[in-house]
Design a protein around this ligand. Structure first.
Ligand code: SIN
Length: 194
């Protein structure tokens, strides 16, 4: 599969007849909201975990030196907390462009609390995509992120903003918070000139 997924996502017609669609965001889509939406609310999806295992050639890194951004990895029994946006289907043109580096749209059940659920979409970069980097120890991921930067800014800002946004949602995410802890230490060392 080529890295650019816009053409594949355009063929994802699952919600074309709907006036409004729920989109689940679990990474930059939580805190960088540069697209129109009708309504948003915290939500979670089941049986997925957030991992900084996807390469970013276009936002937080370059083709020569990709950064690391989140994708979702299947894990039975797990929950992933994020933000759900009710959007018009035409907004996907803009989102497909933004998420084109390996992410595909998948239909999923969104949970808004104990009772309410809705069907919606989520962008996932699966292991098969060419930009997938895969697992690494959290300390190594932090070092990678500290050294990366791309057209959307430093990779460290992506991680730090994501961690802040997750705290704002009361989300428990040991993977992200562990990377954040290592990253903050590294930044401290840089500032201290070590
Ligand atoms: C998302 O936020 O839902 C997808 C990954 C990203 O753009 O960081």
């Amino acid at each position: 599969m080529s890295i650019d997924t816009t053409a594949i996502n355009r063929r994802m017609s699952h919600f074309d007849r709907h006036d409004e669609v729920w989109l689940f965001g679990y990474g930059s889509l939580i805190y960088k909201v540069d697209f129109p939406y009708i309504e948003r609310r915290p939500a979670y999806i089941r049986h997925w975990v957030r991992r900084l295992w996807q390469g970013s050639h276009d936002h937080r890194g370059t083709p020569q030196a990709p950064g690391r951004v989140v994708t979702l990895i299947p894990q039975a029994g797990a929950s992933c907390v994020g933000m759900a946006y009710l959007i018009e289907p035409r907004t996907f043109a803009q989102l497909d462009e933004r998420e084109k580096n390996g992410y595909l749209r998948f239909a999923t059940a969104l949970h808004f609390g104990e009772e309410r659920t809705a069907e919606g979409l989520v962008y996932i970069a699966t292991e098969e995509n060419a930009a997938y980097l895969g697992p690494a120890p959290e300390a190594d991921i932090a070092r990678h992120i500290a050294a990366s930067s791309g057209p959307s800014g430093p990779n460290r800002d992506y991680l730090l903003q994501l961690a802040d946004a997750l705290r704002g949602l009361d989300a428990d995410d040991p993977h992200v918070f562990d990377i954040e802890r290592h990253l903050v230490e590294l930044i401290g060392h840089e500032r201290g000139g070590h």
